[in-house]
Design a protein around this ligand. Structure first.
Ligand SMILES: NC(=O)C1=CN([C@@H]2O[C@H](COP(=O)(O)OP(=O)(O)OC[C@H]3O[C@@H](n4cnc5c(N)ncnc54)[C@H](O)[C@@H]3O)[C@@H](O)[C@H]2O)C=CC1
Ligand SMILES: O=C(O)C1=N[C@H](C(=O)O)C[C@H](O)C1
Length: 250
């Protein structure tokens, strides 16, 4: 049995993770903690893998503390920057156990991971590319972690193919052109009734390709979370790994 503790267990995602863990035959719930609880009770004796879904402002400190406590961590919380990832790598280099792991996924839904992958494949073939993410209005961060990840992936693929900047003759912009992430314009919509959605638009003269992923329910993230828990529990992924695509043979 894989022993899993959930941090952020009372949240929208954390509560689904608790249910998913309770429903998995090979995984058992150790601790379910939320804001105000003491994370120091999570130890290698009671926990193999921690699943962390909290808020961007606290996630880094939680992950650093858990690494120091000797446990592996699967993280779904957004807000990761290169600087924060470097801090995680540094903590792992000093970790108390050999081969400790942290796994971070901007998105655990198969539709979103594949949309990201297809966008990377398409990116070198189009002059224009923009990302639109659409979410429920309770989301605290914009743009979404997934949209930032997609924009970086598109930019990397464009750079590798020798493409220049996307064409854009805008002279006045009060914010309507979105946030520019690595040269790619990213737009965020917040609308009651939505859950988590992303559209990647590609354009050439006379043609357009749209790649769209829709997550209508948070249960869509659970197979990816459990896959990550099982993979990390093997001990084969020491260090920091970012992105569920690493586990999907893409
Ligand atoms: N990677 C993925 O596939 C997905 C990622 N997310 C991300 O997961 C994060 C959480 O999203 P939601 O569950 O919708 O948010 P939420 O606000 O419903 O839940 C966050 C939970 O964290 C708790 N929390 C706050 N500070 C804490 C602390 N210091 N220690 C422990 N718990 C603490 C809160 O009390 C709350 O219960 C967000 O960053 C969101 O963007 C959301 C959906 C899918
Ligand atoms: O807050 C959410 O809901 C989601 N957050 C993640 C993100 O910011 O990309 C993943 C998914 O889009 C749902």
């Amino acid at each position: 049995m894989i022993k899993v503790s959930v941090v952020g267990a009372k949240g929208r995602m954390g509560s689904h993770v608790v249910d998913a863990v309770n429903g998995a035959a090979d995984i058992e719930l150790a601790l379910a903690l939320d804001a105000g609880d003491d994370l120091s009770g999570i130890t290698p004796e009671n926990t193999d893998v921690v699943v962390e879904f909290t808020v961007p402002s606290v996630s880094l400190n939680n992950v650093l503390a858990l690494v120091r406590q000797g446990v592996d961590v699967v993280v779904g919380t957004t807000g990761w920057t290169d600087e924060k990832l470097d801090q995680v790598r540094a903590a792992l280099a000093e970790a108390p156990r050999d081969n400790q792991s942290v796994f971070i996924a901007p998105n655990f839904a198969i539709s979103a991971v594949l949309a990201d992958y297809f966008a990377k494949v398409a990116a070198p073939y189009f002059e224009s590319a923009e990302v639109i993410e659409l979410h429920h209005p309770n989301k605290v961060d914009a743009p979404s972690g997934t949209a930032i990840h997609t924009a970086h992936a598109i930019a990397d693929a464009r750079n590798a193919a020798g493409l220049g900047e996307v064409p854009d003759n805008t002279e006045t912009d009060g914010g309507s052109r979105g946030q520019v992430v690595d040269g790619i314009h990213v737009h965020a919509v917040r609308l009651r009734g939505l859950n988590a959605h992303e559209e990647v638009l590609f354009g050439n003269a006379g043609e357009q390709l749209t790649i769209r992923a829709d997550s209508f329910d948070r249960i869509s993230f659970m197979p990816g979370v459990l896959l990550a828990v099982r993979k990390i529990a093997t001990g084969d992924y020491s260090g920091l790994t970012v992105g569920l695509d690493h586990f999907l043979d893409l």
